[in-house]
Design a protein. Sequence first.
Lengths: 388, 98
Amino acid sequence: MSRFLIVTLPLAGHVNPPAAVARVLQDKGHDVAWSGSQARLRPWLGPDARVYPTGMRLFRGQADNGIASVKSLWESFIVPFTRFTLPAVEKAVAEYQPDVVVTDQHALAGALVAMRHGIPWATFCTSTIELGRPFAKLPKAAAWIGGHLAALTAEAGLAGAQAIDLLYSPYLVIVFSSGLLLGTQDFPGHFALVGPALSGRPGTVSFPWERLDPARRHVLVTVGTMADADAMDFYPRAVAALRPLGDSVQAIMLAPPEALPGVPEHIIAIERIPQLELLPQMDAVVCHAGLNTVSESLSNAVPLVVAPLTRDQPINAANVARIGAGIRVHFYRARPDQLRAAVLALLSDPAYRAAAGMVRDSFAAAGGATEAAARLELLAAQPEPAAR
Amino acid sequence: MDAPAGQRLLGEVMALVRQVIGDDPRWADRVTPSARLDQDLRMDSLEMATLAAGLGKAYGDRVDLAAFLAGLEFDHLVALTIADVAAYVAASGAGDGR
């Protein structure tokens, strides 16, 4: 039996994949503990999870689109979050004495503390933003991020180790995607591309299943809640796109009711859905191209219209379009007729669903949470794991 | 470059940006010299690539928007305006003599 400490961010997309892996590890008799915000993690993890609290702080001032969103992700969230959580993660490691620290790629305190203590650690890539290398052709932006990483490393007393890369463990990097979707198999041997880890999320959200008409095709529109008026304008454009399609299409639109006044009968406006249960019934999904929704849709061979806004969404959208499993549109500029044409293309051309099916098969072959857990067990079992 | 030529160049770059982002007045009306490509016009990487191709076609190979962006600090990338792009085209010497 081994002990795994999972250090993650208080965001659903960064908690659900490691939670699925944790369940597999526990089923195999291992011990798992978490370091993170009690208030945020507890509802996702349930009452029995062992959580070493880091406290909670609001991180404001994050831009919600464009390259500005990547800059503020670092300076308004990742860097201050790392400094804020470092003492609590240090305490968690001292008390729990893990055999392996599993850290989210952007929960840098996990990497820093593991290195300080000489504990083997694994990186969980729960987003594609680093793998997608958005600044490959913008070297000064990349260097700016590198400067922050070097400063955090130096502050943690690890300045001597020149080769430290906080973003990628030298022992094991678990990527919750597949080489087919990412567009390359060209990863070092200690990278494990396991596909999405979707299993075991508790299904507590109800849905009016009786409203789904089996005679019509089904489109899920999920773009989350957005702060600015330009973004909220997406809803009326999506409604206008779908309005003439009532004979053949039903849409489930995830939105606050006040954003969708007077929608026609065939558009079901709803604030929460059991997404994993609903997706097998869907014929197309319209979304931001966040990694969770892209992975969950493609796991069901459902093609997507992707309208990216921020962070890794443009990378995921480009991957979906490249592989032919969907159509990319501009979130702000797509007109209703363009959105309608994209949805109708997915519904009428079987090539999109076939490409989505190839991605589903690549996910299934990758092993998901079971494979991630197996790789972690291997790391824990090595007396002195080799760093690559 | 004299002032009228600079103004003409600025107008040409604004027209190119409008071609790239389309004629929907919600966005086309925001195309001004001080408009930031990222945060005001919400130009994504695909649109930036289209703009780069359009600039190269209009002003020749000496205007290499990708190379210009590669030399910018992160803050400047985020704050980059249409006037900045026009100034780069002018500085490259490509806007002269048209």
